[in-house]
Design a protein around this ligand. Sequence first.
Ligand SMILES: [Fe+2]
Ligand SMILES: [Fe+2]
Length: 159
Amino acid sequence: MGKQARAIADLSLKDLMKDLNKAYCDEWLAFYLYWYMAQTVSGRNYEGIKGALEKLAKEEFEHATELADLITKLGDVPVANPMELEKGANAPYLIPPKNTADINRIIRIVAEAEAGAIEVYSKLAKKTFGKDTVTYQLVSHILSEEVDHEEMFENLLER
Ligand SMILES: [Fe+2]
Ligand SMILES: [Fe+2]
């Protein structure tokens, strides 16, 4: 983002960077959690859950990439040290179940993570609406995917 674009973003840039970096940390934790559970899920009929977790992991990775891109465009850098990811996130890392065949538990973990993500991006969308259109567009795009993720896993639970 150039000087002019930064100037028109009608928000405290420092505040915005903090929020975007927190969301960036969340995305890495979600990516790792889903990716890990996709690799390890076992038991009867595990393939459907594995596929769903892989799809989500891929999209969380894309969200991390999109946030890193925006953070650097705004003149800052994303968190450099992976040790800082959990500390910097909005919520602690959710530990995957020890029993890798516990599909209901996996679904509940995803539903909890997605509900948290929806809350984070709803707040960010409200905060940036009419003030910083570029950030607003990105967080709205991510929000709509998190809503899909939650719905996808809620439907799996109902079956
Ligand atoms: Fe995400
Ligand atoms: Fe998600």
